[in-house]
Every structure is written in structure tokens, then in C-alpha cells.
Design a protein. Sequence first.
Lengths: 182, 146
Amino acid sequence: MRARAYWPVTIAAALLVGLLAYGLTTTGTDTTLDSAMARGERVDPPTRESLPRLGGAGDGSLADYAGKVVLINVWASWCEPCRDELPLVQKAHEMLSARGGTVVGIDVKENSGAALRAVQEFGLTFPNLRDRDGSYVREWGQTGYPESYVIDRAGKVAAVRRFPVTQKWLDETLPPLLDESA
Amino acid sequence: MRALALLALALALTAAAPAASLTDIEDEVMCLECGTPLNVSNSDVADQEREFIAELIARGKTKQQVKDALVAEYGPSVLAEPEDDGFKLAAWVVPVLAAVAALAAVGFTARRWRRARPAAAAHAGDAGIDPDDERRLDAELAAFDR
């Protein structure tokens, strides 16, 4: 009798532990990209999902920039380090666009009005996509703001920067990729 | 005539809609970056969300219109209620399952008690007293009556 009373409790406890384990494994930060970069490997982007264009109609995705070197920059105007970084990112876009590349901004967790005001304030000429709730950058293992990812001409992730870019890092990372053929 | 009646009803409903206020909305909206309700969040992203809400209120939007605009700009996770897909579905399902399990446990326990009580009573009746004790008890009761 006593054993019969215990088995539903055991099953319920096992289910709760399973649920907790599932939650922990599905909501943690994905470090796949970082591991690949540490091994010096180039890998496919974690997602090719399309996102709404900031200040424009329809959606855009990495597929729109096939064959180009793409510097994906994760930013938001409420993020002070992002604001400090944006002039440098704009400068990188001017260099890239002259050599078959582009910056693609991913504006995260902000309303389009605030984002567009920042675009105007910083004179940004690169295209921007809107990641309304941060789910897109989460796929890239995002840990903070700003972050940048570089896609080579073959569409592979070639570099990841988990904090603001510097001119030195841009100079070391982008030109070799621009020299590669698709 | 019917169109006029509908228009009058629509106007009446619009007039009846309560005016939105930041304090009323704040606790039903999440700070997207902090993962806490807006009314207890002090981050830069929370400030920007509050500014957005205040702008909409200043433009005369109702609470529901403000919430709709928030969802349009930030996605459904901006509202302080769990999403109904993926792992977050557990937030809806687990309390229901827990309530069902609790009810089942109460029912199961009540049934066991109900069964155990008559059995215990019957057992007490059957147990009988040792004949010697019974004789001694009768004698003592008789002595007490005298």
C-alpha cells in the first residue's frame, strides 16, 4: 500500500527534475560560435532568419548580402557603449562598401522611432534590421552590447567580437577577408 | 439608421475607455533587457520603454492601444505574461497540473481516511477486553454504583 502511494510522487518529482533540466539546457547562452572561433574554424551562421528592415518595408536577411564581407553589428541607442562605437562602425561601413562589403546593423530591443533617431544622429548609412525581442542575437550566443560578427564571402562566420570593436581589430580582421574570393 | 446606431455605440465605447496612465501600465510590461516588470526596472532600456509609453499616452492612446503598440514594436514578450509556446508554455501548464495533482491528492487521502475510519471503529469493537479485565471492570463499576 505504502509503495503504491509513492510511485505517483516519484513520477511527479522526476517530471519536475526533467522540466528543470530542459529549462536550463534551452535557456542558457549558446557558446557554439565562440568554441568554433577558438578552434580557428569558420562555420555557418547560427540562423538565416529574416528580420524587419528598420525604416523600410519588408524583411531582410544575410541572404541579401551573398558574396559580400558582412560586418554584423549588434546595437541599440539605449546602450552607451554602442553609441560610443557607432562612429567607428559607420567608418568601417564606408571602407567595406568601397571593397565589396557592408555593415548590417541589428538594432535590438528598442522601438523603431528611437532607433531611427539614432540613425539620423550618427549619420548611419548602412542597412539595419530590427531584432525586436533579442531572439535573433540570442541564436548567435550574444552576451552583451555591442557585439559584432563577421561573415566572409562564402557566407561563413569568420570572426566574433563580444565587446566593442576597435580600429585595430577592424584593420586586422576585415582586409584579409576582403582579399578572399567568394 | 443602423450605421448611425453603430457609430453612436462606437463613440460611447471610446468615451468609456479609461485614460491610460504610466503607473497603471508599468506593472504589466516587462523591461526586455532586465527580465523584470518595468515598474521595478531602472535600466536604460526600461527608461526608453517608459518614454515610448509616455509618448503614446500623451497622444491620447488608451491602455489597450498602448499595449498593442508595445507588442508591435517589441514583440509579445514585452507583456508581463508568459508566452504560450516552447519552454515558456510550462508557466501555464505547470500550475494547472499542480492544481490537478493537489486535488487528486486530497481526493485520494480523503478516500483513504473514509475507508480507514469504519475499519478502525470495527477493530476497536472487535478488540474486546480481556475477560479477566472485563470482570474486574464490572466489579469496579458495581462497587462504584454502591
